[in-house]
Design a binder for this molecule. Structure first.
Ligand code: MSP
Length: 546
């Protein structure tokens, strides 16, 4: 399989490149908990990889073409570009609020995308994998997806629906499309795609999602209509001006555009060589076929390397507290929770922690405001926040506003916290690398809980009364602060500001600007005799509503 290349790109100054992307979001909707979920999920990975020394590029952006956008603009009495421009700031603002550390933000209406898509069409024409024909079939405008007669009938039967045909995926009414179109010979890629899944079982992650992808491809692939003639809002084909590019053909290419594909100049070529293929495309399970079937086939046709992994997460569902069941979030059901509502309740850091550390990324997650409060109070107010405040208060009280003075032999002395902290980074990293954030959080919380118990067991307030035990007291406080220092490093991808603040209060400002997490987490690096700041509670307890 000569055209399947999955080797990683070269890095920068010896640092390996790590390129991670979110889907580009449709410009028609406002950002919501679901789109924010994917974006924070990627942000945590990007921050983690930076701490591990990777040269990270983290891309997000907006999907701005297509029939749906053209129609919405008209409804709002605007031109399509004007409509897009009015919608994009809400995304940019929410990403800033949620501390999203993206390195680039792409919009498919930018000139760089126009250049890349035109270049793609030329390559496609040379490849012989496109041909002109006419499309006659069903189309879901909200999803911008084609459906075959068979798929539609099957869905109608399952739903017992008569009369109007509904989208097999989202259930909204389908539109009949009959128009001249260019087709992509997707059917020619069935064997190569199956070969890819066979040789690279981790191309689709988590592994249980591979099954869905494989059986879809095994069921046979039809050629895909990749240009439209019945509306205008899209990128025109360079060799057939009456056609605009099918929005998914355009959208998927954004991942390569952002690293220089189809752009002039040597800089762009070098960037492409350095960054492509991407390590991860992170997507929701709803768009897995586009990313695991159509996109790799497009890349094979173009003769380009394939991304290393597509990580598909589950959907956030709203937990109905009466039935205990998860329900689809929607405005019409009245169960949608706005991101701002959660931010108001938990703060930004609590928001990030809840979604990343309580919802298992591969699976559907049932979320609820009451669960959010519970997790916040238990993990952040009572455990992490409480530990930090107790340790800093005691250090300040017993050591004149300082951390205990340096002692070169302290770190080699046995302590239950040292035992847990030893090797903690490796255990945590194993989970972080495969997006197992809940498991990674459990590893950190083991140390945090143990440290809280250690306070009770070692009773520093008793030691402080006995001057002959001052050495013991200093060790207890050092062990606590050192556990906090390490936990702050490990929690930083989830709650970056809190970790900065915790380390600042310990007199360790700047500690997080490191790119060697394993070394930073080695036991025994606590700075002795530096000023500590007590500060307000990091996570004030939430009073139960009711
Ligand atoms: N524009 C396309 C993607 C093109 S990528 C080349 C698109 N956009 S979207 O705005 O509809 O975003 C879909 C994505 O939003 C999902 O894949 C998922 O990442 C996220 N989510 C939308 N609703 C969600 C939930 N209820 N739960 C979790 N994430 C969900 O599709």
């Amino acid at each position: 399989m000569a055209d399947i290349t999955l080797t990683g790109p070269g890095g920068c100054n010896g640092r390996p490149s790590f390129y991670i992307t979110t889907p580009i979001y449709y410009v028609n909707a406002k950002p919501h908990l679901g789109t924010a979920y994917t974006t924070v999920l990627c942000d945590v990975q990007a921050r983690y990889r930076r701490a591990k020394g990777f040269d990270v590029k983290f891309l997000t952006g907006m999907d701005e073409h297509g029939q749906k956008v053209e129609e919405a603009a008209r409804e709002h009495g605007m031109g399509p570009k004007e409509w897009c421009d009015s919608q994009v700031p809400a995304f940019e603002e929410l990403w800033r609020t949620l501390e999203i550390s993206n390195d680039d933000f792409i919009r498919t209406t930018e000139p760089r995308q126009l250049r890349a898509v035109s270049y793609l069409w030329e390559r496609m024409r040379e490849s012989g994998y496109i041909y002109k024909g006419s499309y006659d079939g069903w189309y879901c405008v909200p999803d911008e997806t084609y459906f075959t007669e068979n798929q539609v009938h099957k869905a109608d039967e399952e739903r017992h629906s008569e009369g109007q045909h509904l989208c097999p995926d989202c259930g909204r009414p389908l539109t009949r499309v009959q128009e001249e179109s260019w087709f992509f010979r997707l059917s020619a890629f069935q064997d190569r795609l199956l070969g890819l899944y066979e040789e690279h079982p981790d191309f689709v992650m988590p592994s249980f999602r591979m099954h869905e992808v494989k059986s879809f491809v095994e069921g046979g692939l039809q050629d895909l209509s990749v240009s439209r003639t019945s509306f205008d809002w899209g990128i025109r084909l360079p060799f057939d001006e009456g056609h605009v590019t099918y929005v998914w053909f355009d959208a998927l290419l954004n991942y390569m555009t952002a690293v220089g594909y189809g752009q002039p100049g040597e800089g762009a070529a070098a960037e492409l060589a350095r960054r492509w293929p991407a390590q991860y495309h992170v997507v929701g399970k709803d768009i897995i076929r586009f990313h695991c079937v159509i996109w790799p086939a497009m890349l094979m046709a173009m003769g380009e390397a394939l991304p290393e992994h597509v990580f598909a997460h589950g959907f956030l569902m709203v937990r109905n507290d009466e039935t205990g069941q998860g329900e689809k979030m929607s405005k019409s059901r009245g169960n949608a929770i706005a991101p701002q509502e959660v931010i108001d309740l938990l703060g930004v850091e609590g928001y990030r922690y809840y979604f990343m550390c309580d919802v298992i990324p591969g699976e559907d997650g049932a979320i609820s405001l009451s669960r959010m409060e519970q997790v916040y109070n238990a993990d952040l107010a009572n455990s992490w926040g409480n530990l930090v405040s107790r340790a800093l208060n005691m250090s300040s009280k017993y050591f004149g506003g300082m951390t205990p003075a340096d002692d070169p032999t302290w770190a080699s002395r046995q302590s239950p916290l040292r035992d847990i902290a030893c090797g903690i980074e490796a255990r945590y990293s194993e989970h972080m690398e495969s997006f197992e954030y809940v498991a990674a959080k459990d590893v950190i919380m083991e140390l945090v809980h143990a440290a809280n118990h250690y306070v009770e067991d070692s009773a520093p307030w008793t030691l402080a009364k006995d001057p002959s035990r001052s050495g013991e007291l200093a060790d207890v406080i050092r062990n606590l602060l050192e556990s906090i220092r390490i936990s702050a490093h490990l929690l930083a991808p989830f709650m970056p500001q809190t970790s900065v603040e915790v380390l600042r209060r310990m007199g360790a400002t700047g500690e997080l600007d490191c790119d060697d997490l394993a070394t930073a987490c080695e036991w025994g690096q606590l700075a002795g005799g530096v000023e500590v700041t007590k500060g307000d509670a990091l996570f004030p307890r939430l009073a139960a509503k009711g």
